[in-house]
Write a protein that binds this ligand. Structure first.
Ligand code: DQA
Length: 124
C-alpha cells in the first residue's frame, strides 16, 4: 500500500535558503532539511515543490489533492499579499499547514499580516 503523502510547498526566494540573509533564515539549504525530514518521517511520502511564480504555486495547490493528503506551505512573501493563493487553498479539500522560518509577527509591519492563516489548520 502506498504511504500517505504530504506535500511541502515553498514560495519565492526559498530556493535561496542557506545563501539568502543567513542571519534570518540560517545557512542550511532546504535540500539538507529535506533529507533529514525523509529520514525522520519514513512512514510518510514527502513531496516538495518550490516556485518563484504565483501562478505555478496555484497550479500546484490545485493539483495536490490527487496525490497528497495534506500540505505544508511557506508562501514566502506571497503570505502577505496573495489573495489568489488564499483562494486556491480555500478551494481544495485537504488540510493545509502554514509554516515560516522566521517569526513574521515579530518583524516589519508589512510581514505581520498572513493572508492564509485563517484558512489553514495550523500556523507556525
Ligand atoms: C518567510 C517570511 C516572509 O516574510 C518572507 O518574505 C520570506 C520567508 C519566512 O519563512 O520567514 O520569504 O515566509
Amino acid at each position: 500500500m502506498q504511504k500517505p503523502g504530504i506535500l511541502i510547498i515553498h514560495g519565492p526566494n526559498l530556493n535561496m535558503l542557506g545563501v539568502r540573509q543567513p542571519e534570518i533564515y540560517g545557512n542550511v539549504s532546504f535540500e539538507i532539511y529535506l533529507e533529514e525530514l525523509h529520514a525522520a518521517f519514513d512512514e510518510v511520502r514527502l513531496g516538495y515543490y518550490q516556485s518563484n511564480h504565483e501562478g505555478d504555486l496555484i497550479d500546484c495547490i490545485q493539483e495536490s489533492p490527487t496525490s497528497y493528503r495534506g500540505i505544508i506551505i511557506n508562501p514566502g512573501a506571497y503570505t502577505h499579499t496573495s489573495v489568489a493563493i488564499r483562494d486556491a487553498l480555500t478551494g481544495i479539500q485537504i488540510p493545509v499547514n502554514e509554516v515560516h522560518l522566521s517569526n513574521i509577527y515579530a518583524r516589519e509591519d508589512f510581514r505581520r499580516v498572513s493572508m492564509i492563516k485563517d484558512v489553514c489548520v495550523s500556523s507556525f
